[in-house]
Design a protein. Structure first.
Length: 595
């Protein structure tokens, strides 16, 4: 099934289109699929189908808030409800999905994995104690988390007859947490996909949106952009435009700015209006049934694939089957080593690029020193040049350095490394998607004529004169204005202040010129080093997405290998009948959805 097929079944944000109502057929489709999954002992598919059947009877319209860690998902829900209901913070706080639904009593209901049921009142103590942060057992990947439901007296939520679900960040915890997010998104009527304006829609977020939301046939989806208030006003429109470009080719999704903390009433009203449009009562059942039907068809097609793998295994003799099992195990072990080697090699490439960047910056730093030294020595007003021109000149030099580093060092290496990885991954997983590489890092500086160089715009590369160099410039300027100086900067800096106050420093002694030159060099060194550190941070972020692409490809390969392994070795099943029945059911469902 292609993404395009999925997206044509997604209704517009304003409301459902005129499409076929499949509600009367969904129960029988579910039953048929469940019978097939049960008869052929496909337990994972059967469990998923049972969850679909249970969700069909849900009374409330479910809106899941989904995204990566630290994107502000809990804050979005708190703003929608107009209260600090859910815990927020810079560390992962949501450990499992939290359902917020309207009711008369305000309580947090916790159902522990052993079946214990605990009620905590929201107005007493800390109701979230022991439920946020790291998992209870960091070393246990499969430890189940408690289910949590919050009931609140909220007129807006109650009037919509809806519930909100806060989900864990998909990159902040265990595989079980990720599976919880997948199940929650697939079983929701709408999804608010939350991204940060500081790093909008990286490769892992795009995959999550496409594969776990859009390809799960969620009827209503919108992208909510948080942290716009942390960008300069001039950069916000650019961040939204960049996000729109990254969404190109997925779907015509609504993109809304999230309300800023303590403000943003206009944005809050727009976000609430969007959710209200999603929760339109007269059509919610129609779209939920279509969503369930499409997912049932997906599972039928998966069963047909498993049957095909099993039929291929059935054609083998007992000896061939045993040999195949040994070969598969040996291949698994070999491939594990190969995947790990890819990770090691990619790490080496990142470190090598970081070293090349460092060498490039150091090489260009010498030229900056010579140019600025020449200007200082020949300026008729050294004090004015130091106080007013140096910050601007240094900003200009850093801007040129940033553009040249991006063009000649960073982007070519990033493109080459991504191509190398894609080729290596394709040998093991031909269906893997290519790595995303930015077309530009935009390491450009904005001038701030105030003694420092700041704000490398969109990527938030804050490049200042440095703690030491910036202080030196500040003290020199203060010296020319007769401001008091700390004792530690006494005689030497008084001398520099005096020299800079002269019409020219060319007549100064060699020792005095060296004193001024040393301070200038230190300022430039602090500035270039700060730029280098921040550029490496952006580089690490981009490589982080490439590493995540590698991890996802590895997981996909393992899933495919596991599916093949699960389908083999069971020669007592009538796999051709499953392939025929599952394919026929999928075709009927697709035809019904087309109306």
């Amino acid at each position: 099934m292609t993404t395009d097929t999925v997206l044509t079944d997604t209704p517009p944000a304003a409301g459902p289109a005129q499409v076929a109502d499949v509600g009367s057929a969904v129960p029988s489709w579910l039953r048929e699929a469940l019978v097939l999954a049960g008869e052929y002992r496909l337990d994972r598919i059967a469990t998923a189908l049972e969850a679909l059947a249970a969700g069909r009877g849900r009374r409330l319209f479910r809106v899941a808030v989904v995204g990566e860690f630290n994107r502000g998902k809990s804050t979005v829900i708190n703003r929608l409800l107009g209260r600090g209901l859910l815990p927020t913070g810079s560390l992962p706080v949501t450990r499992a999905p939290v359902v917020v639904r309207p009711a008369q009593d305000e309580v947090l209901c916790v159902i522990w994995p052993d079946g214990r049921r605990e009620l905590r009142r929201l107005d007493t103590g800390d109701p979230w104690h022991g439920l946020t942060g790291a998992t209870q057992d960091e070393g246990s990947e499969g430890t189940p988390e408690p289910s949590m439901t919050v009931t609140v007296t909220d007129d807006w939520l109650g009037g919509l007859d809806a519930e909100l679900v806060d989900t864990p960040g998909v990159n902040s915890g265990s595989q079980e947490q990720f599976e919880q997010v997948r199940r929650t998104a697939a079983g929701s009527d709408a999804v608010l996909f939350v991204v940060s304006a500081l790093s909008p829609l990286g490769i892992t977020e795009r995959r999550l949106l496409e594969e776990e939301v859009l390809c799960r046939h969620v009827p209503f989806t919108a992208v909510v952009v948080t942290m716009l208030d942390l960008l300069d006003a001039d950069d916000r429109a650019g961040a939204l435009h960049d996000l729109g470009q990254r969404l190109a080719g997925l779907a015509s999704l609504p993109v809304l700015p999230a309300p800023a903390p303590g403000a943003g009433e206009t944005e809050l009203a727009a976000l609430r209006e969007l959710v209200e449009g999603f929760a339109r009562r007269d059509k919610r059942t129609l779209w939920r049934d279509r969503q369930i039907a499409a997912q049932v068809a997906d599972f039928c097609e998966a069963m047909a694939v498993i049957a095909g793998e099993a039929m291929a295994a059935d054609r083998l003799s007992a000896g061939e089957t045993e040999a195949r099992a040994k070969e598969a195990q040996a291949r698994l072990e070999h491939e594990e080593q190969q995947w790990e080697q890819l990770r090691i090699d990619l790490t080496a490439r990142q470190l090598a690029l970081t070293a090349r960047l460092r060498d490039h910056v150091q090489e260009k730093r010498d030229g900056v020193i010579e140019r600025l030294r020449w200007e200082l020595e020949r300026n008729a007003d050294p004090r004015g040049w130091w106080e007013h021109d140096l910050p601007f000149r240094l900003r200009h030099e850093l801007s040129l350095l940033a553009k040249e580093s991006e063009r000649t060092v960073l982007l070519p290496a990033l493109t080459a490394d991504a191509g190398w990885l894609d080729e290596a991954v394709a040998d093991r997983s031909p269906e893997a998607r290519p790595s995303w590489v930015p077309t530009g890092l935009k390491l450009t500086a904005e001038p701030e004529i105030s003694g420092n160089v700041s704000d490398l715009s969109r990527t938030r590369l804050v490049t200042r004169l440095g703690a030491q160099g910036g202080a030196i410039v500040g003290y020199l300027i203060a010296a020319t204005r007769q401001a008091p100086l700390p004792m530690i900067y006494g005689a030497g800096f008084s001398l520099l202040g005096g020299l800079l106050a002269e019409a020219s420093i060319r007549a100064a002694t060699e020792a005095q010129r060296k004193e001024v030159d040393a301070v200038l060099v230190r300022v430039i060194d602090e500035s270039t080093m700060a730029f280098q550190r921040q550029a490496v941070e952006v580089l690490s972020e981009v490589y982080g997405e490439v590493f995540e692409q590698l991890r996802q490809s590895r997981i996909a390969w393992h899933d495919a290998w596991r599916t093949a392994a699960e389908s083999g070795g069971r020669t007592d099943e009538d796999w051709p009948s499953l392939a025929h029945a599952a394919t026929a059911l999928a075709v009927r469902i697709r035809a019904g959805l087309q109306g």
